[in-house]
Design a protein around this ligand. Sequence first.
Ligand SMILES: *Cc1c(COP(=O)(O)O)cnc(C)c1O
Length: 448
Amino acid sequence: MVAYKSKVVERIQLPSRERRERALEQAGYNVFDLAAEDVFIDLLTDSGTGAMSDEQWAALLRGDEAYAGSRSFDELESAVGEVMGFSNVVPTHQGRGAENVLYGTLLEDGDVALNNTHFDTTRAHVANQGADPVDCPVARAHDLTVDGPFKGNFSLDRARSVVDDVGSERVPLVILTVTNNSAAGQPVSVENTRRVREFADEIDATFVIDACRFAENAAFVARREAEFADAEIGEIAREQLGYADALVMSGKKDGLVNAGGFVATDDEALFEKCKQRAILYEGFPTYGGMAGRDVAAMAVGLREAVEEAYVTDRIDQVRAFAAMLEDVGVPIYTPPGGHAVYLDAGATLPHLSPDEFPGQALVCALYREGGVRGVELGSFAFPGTDRPELVRLAVPRRTYHDEHLEHVAETAAAVLETRESIDGLEIASEPAVPELRHFTASLEPISS
Ligand SMILES: *Cc1c(COP(=O)(O)O)cnc(C)c1O
């Protein structure tokens, strides 16, 4: 059921096919280098790309820009308290700022951090402390076609075997990412969260929840975990998050803002340490890395994120989008997660081997055919791993309507028709850091 109507609109247009061809060539077949103006439907990310509500725009005007003791900070503190159940908050410029503040406080050289799956920036921040990020997804997380209610769960078996190998003293931190962004946005059950809490207690580790998509996760729990069939989204969110010692949050996801983030904790000693580090890297702890007005808008956004009508519309839109793509025969990761649909590029372009980057070839074909921008998450983004060849089509919050998504499905259908003629790609130039090559490398078609 639709939960809102438009009040402000932004013009978009599909550039001509010639212009798309030229733009793609000029961008070195890397869609990160396209001008947004040349993109018709932009599904590059759901991070900070959503629409704010009228209440959030109103809150912007009321924002308090005081350096210390801002009223907007008080509003954020009460929103985090009521929606997420934590009493102390340190605002940061975005999620990775929160990761720097918290993980810089909790980790030292030689430590090991366990996570259902480390998101890219999480992995980088753990590594930046000299610690080793180890993923513990469940076995079916990277199986594209097996059904399952909570494929995002944390595998306690894997975690225990890591602890048996390295010793519990080396594992001071256990992280649970909800939803599991790097495993196709799959949800995590509350029951699994309880087990992770017990495990962290057993090994005397701090338990952090990466809460970026906590509201979407709660909506899946309401539908799929029998114990919560009658519970409200807000109750589920507080129950699940309440098992953690601390949260890291990117406001650009379920904070429903374009920029912002925070750390939250009830642990006073940890809070003090985070505040000190935040002053160094972010700003005074009542504004952190954010303008007061943005803090005010995020406080409103957090409350809207757990409204039943909003979050139901959100995950139903992604599910409907997945169904449109399946209807035209596009192979996708199933079941769809909360924020994106993942196309199986390996199955779509079986004539291309991993070193011909089938995912990136599909990304380019979608842009060339219909001005649609997605992102490759396969051999190009993750060199040297045996990940499946995926293309993510992320859905910005409250931004696109069915007609937009139907255009994407029609574009994908047209690409399927001519798939044998789609060439692979090779790298023409790449940056020094291989982990970041997909942002800036340029490619060229392998002429057959
Ligand atoms: C986006 C994201 C982050 C980082 O947040 P930014 O606001 O982009 O810095 C961390 N963890 C997860 C799971 C995310 O999705």
